[in-house]
Structures are given as C-alpha cells and as structure tokens.
Write a protein that binds this ligand. Structure first.
Ligand code: ADP
Length: 515
C-alpha cells in the first residue's frame, strides 16, 4: 500500500504538466547519473576490507598508511590483496604476484631512461605522424648527432637532458651547437619557447593515468592533477636568462630552493591561488579567465594520452608474457603513470615525459630562515595523491567485468583505447616469436637469422649470410656485443625492409602469417 502511495506521488506518473517542467534530456541525464550512482553503490557493497601489503613501500608509505586509515583497510607485511611496490617490478619475485594485485607492470621501468622512452616516442611519431603531433622533436645523442647537426636551426632553442637524469638534474638549454656539454647518452629536444603563462610564470601539468588490465586493455585518466610552477617570471630564452633554471624548468625539486617559492597550504586548494604547486582544478579556473577553452584542452590531452597508451600496449604485453609465460591470464597488475604535459601559448598540450614511478610523497621540504629545512605535509599533494592512489586501489580491486562496465569511477574517467594492430605491435610479435618469450629476451645472431627462413626474406642482393652482417652492424655500438635488444631490433627490421626493397608493413604481415 505504502508502495502504491509513493508510486502515485512520483513525478514520473503525474499527468499534471505544471509539475513536469523538466526536459526529456534532463530526465535522461538524471537517469544516467542515478544509474551510475547505483553502480558505484553496488561496487562499494561488494568491497571487502582490503589488505594492503606495504613491506616494499618506499617514499609513498605515508600516503598508503593514510589511505589505509581513511578507508579502514588493513596493513599487512605478508601476502595481502594488494602489494604496493615502491621499486620496479622484480622478475624473480613474479610468483608472489600471482596471488595478489601489484602496482607495477613488468617492463614499465625500462622506459624510465630518457633515451629509450624518446626512441620509443620517436618511432611512433615516425609510424603515426598524424597521431603523434604532441611530442617535441627529439634527438638521441650520440646515435642521432648527425641528424641533429643537419636539422639544427640557430633561430631555435633546444633543451639537453641526460639519459638517466630526473628532477631536472643536468638539464640545460642550448642556442648554439658549441653549448652542448657532452655527447654521451643525452637527448636533445626542441624547446617549447612560448609556453602558456599564468601569473607571468611557466608551469607544467602532472596528470595521472591508470592501467588496470592489458586484456582487455582498461585505462583511465584522473580528473585531478598537479601544476608545478617556475619561480621567476618567464621570458623567451636569450643569452642572459638561458642559464636560469628557475625561469625555464618547472621541477619542484629545483624551485623549492628559490626564495620566491610559495607554499599554499590554505583550505581552498581548488580555487585560484598563488602557490608554486597547485591543483589542476584551480588551474582550469585561471585558464577560463584567460579565455582558454578547458574542454578543448582536456580533449587534446586525452587524445595524446590515448595515442601513447595505444603504443605502450604491445610493449607491456610482451614483457608480461616474458615474465609470466603461460600464467599471464592469472596476474592482476595495475599501474599509475604520471604524464608531464606543457601547454603552449595556444593551449596546445605537449608531452614532455611519462613517468612510470611518479612521486607519491605527500610531504614537502620547507626551508626556514636559518637555512635549515623541515618536512611538512603538503595539503595539495595529499589531496591529489589520495584521490589518485585511493581510487586506483579501489578500481584495481574490482573484477575486470566491473571495471569494464563502469565508464568512470570516483575521480577516474575511462579511456577508449584502440587496440587494433599497428606496425609496432607487429614488430613486437615477431620479436617475441624469435626470442621465444624466454626469460632472456635478447636475440642472438642465430635467432635473428631465423627471419631468413620466411618467404621472400632473401633476395639476390641480400643473402642469408647478410643477416649476420646486419646483426653485427646494428649491435656494434652497444656494450652487449653478442645480443640484440628490442630497440635495436626495430632498427634492424626497418633496415631489412629497405635492403629487401619491401614495404615494411607488408613484410611484417607476411612474416606473421607464416609463424
Ligand atoms: P626531468 O625528468 O629531469 O624532470 P623533464 O623532461 O621533465 O626532465 O624536464 C624538466 C623540466 O624542463 C620540465 O618539467 C619542463 O619544465 C622543462 N622542459 C623539458 N622539456 C621541455 C621542452 N621541450 N620545452 C620546454 N620546456 C621543457
């Protein structure tokens, strides 16, 4: 009876037009929102107390403990539902990760070095020129020194970055070729010299992307993020300012040493403020006032992230298969990646770097008048990182079916990543086939020479023994003198197509169809 009464007074059943002032579109929106809300509630109900293994946590321990207490999860030092590693994935421990989720995919740390990640991104720019308009032109030195010297323009500024550097270490700007300090293991990149400025200062964005599964490929972008500001007003690079890191580099670890560094620890971190580190939400308010269209910027950022994720998939699949072999379907890896994005004065996003191990520290160093420093909790870091990691853990704990169904969850929005085959995924498949997905992923010359057995892989000008010569030429520069790695294999297979006078894509298809 009571149900009947409720039914009668529901606006859905009223014939009275005065009551129904909502449009059909609003009703649909309401229904969708309500359904999403219901789905999330169902997810919550399904959630149990998550046991988080913190034994291998590093700088993120404080954040993880905060989350454990916030959500009434349980900290454990053995087994558990989820293992939070502060270090790269260790191949030898792989069997531990068959019983629990782990916040790392095997192989992801291989891309931490700037030369390797730049090689990878350059290849994509080469294979998919239309999709990869967001990566500044980058040269790997010494391999591409000739190319750089040929394409160098004295009117441009470049930025040199050491291979294994991070936090701005060893980075410098170049206007003249003679400014290059060393030619070993660096990348030289075109400098985006007209960045979008807020309060006259350059800043970059750190946005977070989550991968929870490779098969199916399930990826999300977090709606929140950080903006890191320079501490000196920006000017186009010139001889006077080119060596001023506080003007050109946005790294927090550098700028915190400048007396102009401003900590905003007020309560309105989502509103416009003057801190050197701010939330993405607050930046969007600045951008709106400056006349930029946030929706367009966000769409472009998403397109960039999706293109990157598409290229990353074959690499992750290969490494996962390499480590887990036949047990690949049993594992539950997930990972949060940090995308460093610079907006130029037109509002176009440029990808500077993808960090496989983004800082999850929530304290910042505050310098005192006496020169000493103390560590205090940063409200901005806590707010953003609690969202990013807390919601990532909740999502990672769901079944793949649930993850697939949800179009978003809490602060994460699901991304639609195209999984169709690409030149890159084909090269990766062939590399996997030749290496046999054994723990030793490098190729020997005899494994490389197996390519000669496929149809049309020998010509009058390129005979079987030329495979060994090509192999030796490619590996010449590496310290591992008898083995070819994946990055060298890409060069080898491209050269092979050239020597056999064949279209690369067609050649790859023919090899794969004859596996
Ligand atoms: P690191 O890993 O050492 O921080 P990045 O590649 O992120 O190295 O570069 C450090 C900083 O230098 C960036 O945060 C950004 O402020 C600036 N920067 C890097 N590359 C460019 C570029 N191509 N154009 C303009 N600024 C850049």
């Amino acid at each position: 009876m009571q149900q009947q009464q409720l039914h009668d007074i529901s606006p859905w059943n009223q014939n009275n037009d005065d009551l129904l002032t909502v449009t059909e579109q609003q009703v649909d929106e309401f229904k969708t929102n309500y359904e999403n809300f219901q789905q999330q509630q169902d997810q919550y109900k399904k959630q149990k107390v998550i046991k988080v293994n913190t034994i291998n946590c590093r700088g993120e321990t404080r954040l993880i403990r905060k989350l454990i207490s916030k959500y009434n999860w349980k900290e454990v030092f053995n087994d558990g539902d989820i293992c939070m590693l502060g270090l790269p994935f260790k191949q030898q421990n792989y069997d531990e990760y068959l019983t629990q989720s782990v916040n790392r995919f095997p192989g992801m740390d291989l891309l931490a070095h700037k030369t390797q990640s730049s090689f990878y991104l350059n290849k994509f720019a080469q294979y998919f020129p239309d999709e990869y308009q967001f990566f500044p032109k980058t040269y790997i030195i010494p391999d591409e020194l000739d190319k750089f010297q040929k394409e160098y323009k004295s009117t441009r500024t470049y930025i040199a970055k050491p291979d294994a550097g991070s936090q701005g270490d060893g980075i410098y700007l170049i206007k003249n070729l003679k400014d290059i300090k060393n030619y070993e293991s660096i990348v030289i990149q075109q400098y985006i010299s007209k960045p979008l400025l807020i309060d006259k200062k350059k800043f970059d964005l750190r946005l977070y992307v989550l991968i929870t599964s490779l098969d199916p490929y399930i990826c999300y972008i977090n709606k929140e993020g950080l903006a890191r500001f320079c501490t000196v007003d920006y000017e186009k690079p010139n001889d006077k300012n080119i060596r001023n890191p506080f003007m050109h580099l946005t790294n927090y670890s550098l700028n915190k040493r400048n007396t102009n560094f401003q900590v905003y620890n007020g309560q309105n971190i989502l509103d416009i403020n003057e801190g050197t580190k701010r939330t993405y939400t607050s930046i969007k308010k600045n951008l709106e006032i400056l006349g930029y269209n946030n929706k367009d910027i966000e769409d472009e950022i998403e397109t960039l992230v999706v293109a990157y994720l598409k290229s990353l998939l074959p690499f992750l699949e290969f490494n996962q298969k390499l480590v887990f072999q036949k047990r690949v379907s049993e594992i539950k890896c997930f990972q949060v990646l940090g995308f460093d994005i610079l907006l130029d004065e037109k509002g176009k996003p440029w990808l500077l770097e993808v960090n496989s191990n983004p800082s999850l520290q929530i304290e910042h160093e505050v310098f005192q008048a006496n020169g000493k420093s103390v560590f205090e909790e940063s409200l901005i870091d806590s707010y953003v990182k609690e969202l990013v990691v807390g919601d990532a853990i909740k999502l990672a704990m769901m079944s793949k079916e649930d993850q697939e169904e949800l179009q978003g969850f809490e602060s994460y929005k699901k991304l639609d990543v195209d999984q169709s085959e690409t030149i890159f995924s084909k090269i990766m498949q062939i590399y996997g086939f030749l290496s046999g997905y054994k723990f030793q992923e490098y190729l020997t010359s005899s494994k490389f020479q197996k390519l000669a057995n496929f149809p049309q892989m020998i010509s009058q000008t390129f005979l079987k023994h030329d495979y060994d010569l090509l192999f030796r030429k490619i590996i010449l520069r590496s310290c591992n003198t008898n083995l070819m790695d994946f990055f060298q294999f890409i060069n080898a297979i491209e050269q092979l197509a050239g020597k056999l006078n064949q279209d690369l894509d067609e050649m790859l298809d023919r090899i794969i169809s004859n596996f």
